[in-house]
Design a protein around this ligand. Structure first.
Ligand SMILES: Nc1ncnc2c1ncn2[C@@H]1O[C@H](COP(=O)(O)OP(=O)(O)OP(=O)(O)O)[C@@H](O)[C@H]1O
Length: 295
């Protein structure tokens, strides 16, 4: 079944950085993994990509840095046609942090790991040192610079992977399932990092099944289903669309479902976080007291 995409109603937008025009990708085994995707991603946005397993999320995102090339249609990244550019060039524009940090960790010290991307770009020594220093500071990695990344725990290894991408300072940072395998503290840290990347002017693309993370960010959310893009809107709008959620087999954050059953709060909006529910309850209580006292 084909559902029309929900259009994003954003008004004053900066220039599109990633422009995807009618793109499909068919793997050599005949699997059509993405179909007729049209999508513009803008500088400084945080964009979440949601969808059930096999819906095409990873395939779509691997086109952003040229790991995959469209079998139909075209993609421009920073004005460059990905079909004509080398992966090394595109990787300097779009950094990809894999779900499993072991897939991008292969040097014997954290220090070497942090410098790797810059070295690949043949950056001069001084600039490389400056970039690495900045990444070390942002991620507070001073104490483990001489450690072997494989001696760190998985959460720290993920931080090193993110820091080494940050050192390259690509315009776009793709985080593939950043909260998978993270404890509560790790998930909170990911949320802070996404906000930090945005604050530093990066565009962040998140592939995630973590509805709480998306709820906290209430960011632009794209839903993939059976290789097609079926929604593109702010998270609260997407979560409120029961048809889209059901079609894509998605559940909103538990707090959203819980809040929709509460008669004590307004039901004309979608609540994404516990904080937003508590705030609304408090506001209602204050209103009740005011009405009760007749003042
Ligand atoms: N290298 C490949 N060769 C052939 N088929 C592939 C390849 N990679 C993915 N596929 C198929 O393409 C479709 C989309 O896969 P993709 O990994 O993009 O989905 P996804 O939404 O990222 O899934 P997940 O949440 O499980 O990571 C699936 O049917 C998958 O089996």
């Amino acid at each position: 079944m084909h559902r029309k995409s929900v259009t994003l109603k954003e008004v004053a937008r900066v220039e599109s950085y990633i422009s995807i025009n009618n793109v499909s990708h068919v793997y050599s085994n005949g699997v059509k993994a993405i179909t007729d995707i049209n999508l513009d991603i803008y500088e400084g946005e945080v964009v979440a990509i949601l969808g059930s397993n096999g819906s095409g999320k990873t395939t779509l995102v691997k086109h952003f840095n040229g790991l995959l090339k469209p079998t139909k249609g075209e993609i421009q990244v920073g004005g460059l046609n990905t079909k004509k550019e080398k992966i090394s060039k595109l990787s300097s524009l779009v950094g990809y942090v894999f779900q499993n940090p072991n897939h991008q960790t292969f040097l014997s010290t954290v220090r070497q790991e942090l410098a790797y991307g810059c070295k690949n770009l043949k950056m001069d020594e001084e600039e490389m040192e400056e970039r690495v220093k900045k990444a070390v500071e942002l991620f507070e990695l001073h104490d483990c610079l001489d450690d072997n990344p494989f001696d760190l725990n998985s959460s720290q290894r993920k931080e090193v992977a993110m820091a080494s991408i940050m050192a390259v300072s690509p315009k776009v940072i793709v985080l593939d399932e950043p909260t998978t395998g993270q404890d509560h503290k790790g998930c909170k840290r990911v949320l802070d990092l996404v906000r930090m990347f945005k604050a530093h002017g990066h565009t962040v693309v998140l592939i995630t099944h973590d509805m709480n993370l998306i709820g906290e960010l209430n960011c632009r959310t794209i839903v993939m289903h059976q290789s097609e893009k079926i929604a593109d809107d702010k998270a609260d709008q997407v979560f409120a669309d029961k048809g889209i959620m059901e079609l894509a087999g998605l559940q909103p954050p538990q707090i959203t479902t819980f809040a929709s059953k509460l008669s004590s709060i307004r039901q004309d909006q979608t609540y994404l976080t516990i904080d937003s529910v508590l705030k609304e309850m408090e506001a209602n209580q204050k209103e009740d007291v005011t009405i009760g006292t007749g003042s």
